[in-house]
Design a protein around this ligand. Structure first.
Ligand SMILES: [Zn+2]
Length: 304
C-alpha cells in the first residue's frame, strides 16, 4: 500500500462542454473541485493526471452498438437524448469518453496502489441502451465488466451513496453474482422507478445524520463477511441538506462521518478502492465543492 502523496488521481475538466447559460448541470464543479484539492494541498500537482479517453471497445462492454454509435456519430434523435438532460456535441462525446477513461485508469491505479479516484464520474443512471440523468456512459459498469472479463478480480463491491438510486448500475449489473451493489438512497428521489440492486436501502425524506449513519453501519455489517476483491465507491454529496436535488438532511459532519465509515470498512478488509465523485447540486456550488473536498480529506486520513 502506497502513501497518500504517492497515489494517482484523474481529472476530466480539460474537456470543455458547451452548455447554455443557467443550465442545471454544474459543469464548473469539476474544475472547482480540482482547484480546491490543490489549494488545500490535499492533492499535489504531480498526483493529478488528465483522464485518457476510453476505447470504443471499452464502452461496448456495457452499452449497445446502436446507442454508442448514435452518440459517437451524433445521430441520436432529440427524443433519445432528452432523458440525458445534456445537449449533444462532439465535446460532450469526447468528455464522456474521458470520464470513462479516467475511471478505468483510476481502477488500474487502485489495483496497483490500494486507492485511486477520478474527479468526476459515478454515472450510475446510464443504461445499456440509453443515457439518463446527466449520465452518458456507465463508468462503473464498463470498468466492472472489463475487470471481470480479464479475470483480474473475482467479485466487485459497489458502494453507492449518492442520494439517487443507481438504476443504470442495477439494470446492467444487478443480476450478476460476481458484483454486489449496495445502494443507500432517497426513496422519494429520482429515479422514481428503482431497479433492484443486491441491497437497496431506501430512506425517507428529511433523513438526518443519526438515522443515515446507523442505516449505513447496518448495511456494511451485513456484507462484511463476503469475499470481495475491490470496492467501487460512488461518493455523491447530494445527500447534503443544502442540495437542490436531494431530499436528505445530512450535515457536513454527517457526510464526513459517512465517508470515514466507508474508508474504515475498506481498511479493515484491506481491499483496494476506486472512488468517483458522484452528484452534488448545492446552491451555491461552493458548498458541494467543500463537501467533495472533505471526502478527499477524510480519505487521506486513512493513508497517512
Ligand atoms: Zn445524485
Amino acid at each position: 500500500m502506497k502513501r497518500w502523496d504517492e497515489l494517482s488521481f484523474y481529472y476530466t475538466d480539460h474537456y470543455e462542454v458547451p452548455l447554455p447559460p443557467g443550465h442545471r448541470f454544474p459543469m464548473e464543479k469539476y474544475r472547482l473541485v480540482r482547484e480546491s484539492l490543490l489549494k488545500s494541498q490535499i492533492l499535489l500537482p504531480a498526483q493529478l493526471h488528465p483522464a485518457p479517453e476510453a476505447m470504443d471497445s471499452d464502452i461496448l462492454l456495457a452499452h449497445t452498438h446502436e446507442y454508442f454509435y448514435g452518440l459517437k456519430n451524433g445521430t441520436l434523435s432529440e427524443k433519445e437524448l432528452r432523458p440525458i438532460g445534456l445537449t449533444w456535441s462532439e465535446q460532450l462525446f469526447r468528455r464522456s469518453m474521458g470520464a470513462v477513461g479516467g475511471f478505468l485508469a483510476a481502477t488500474d491505479s487502485a489495483l496497483e496502489d490500494g486507492f485511486s479516484a477520478t474527479l468526476s464520474g459515478g454515472t450510475h443512471h446510464a443504461h445499456a441502451g440509453r443515457g439518463e440523468g446527466y449520465c452518458v456512459f456507465n463508468d462503473f459498469a464498463i470498468s466492472a465488466l472489463k475487470l471481470l472479463g480479464a479475470q483480474r478480480v473475482k467479485k466487485i463491491l459497489i458502494i453507492d451513496l449518492d442520494v439517487h438510486q443507481g438504476n443504470g448500475n442495477s439494470s446492467i449489473l444487478g443480476s450478476r453474482s460476481d458484483v454486489f451493489i449496495l445502494s443507500l438512497h432517497g426513496e422519494k428521489n429520482y429515479p422514481f422507478r428503482k431497479v433492484p440492486s443486491h441491497l437497496d436501502v431506501g430512506l425517507p425524506e428529511k433523513t438526518g445524520d443519526k438515522t443515515y449513519l446507523s442505516a449505513l453501519a447496518d448495511a456494511l455489517s451485513q456484507i462484511r463477511s463476503e469475499n470481495f476483491d475491490i470496492i467501487f465507491y460512488q461518493a455523491g454529496v447530494d445527500v447534503l441538506r443544502e442540495d437542490s436535488l436531494g431530499t436528505f438532511d445530512l450535515s457536513f459532519e454527517g457526510v464526513m462521518k459517512r465517508d470515514e465509515m466507508v474508508f474504515d470498512f475498506q481498511k479493515s478488509l484491506n481491499l483496494p478502492m476506486v472512488m468517483a465523485l458522484g452528484g452534488g447540486y448545492a446552491k451555491p456550488i461552493e458548498l458541494t465543492v467543500a463537501a467533495h473536498t472533505n471526502t478527499y480529506s477524510s480519505a487521506r486520513k486513512f493513508f497517512i
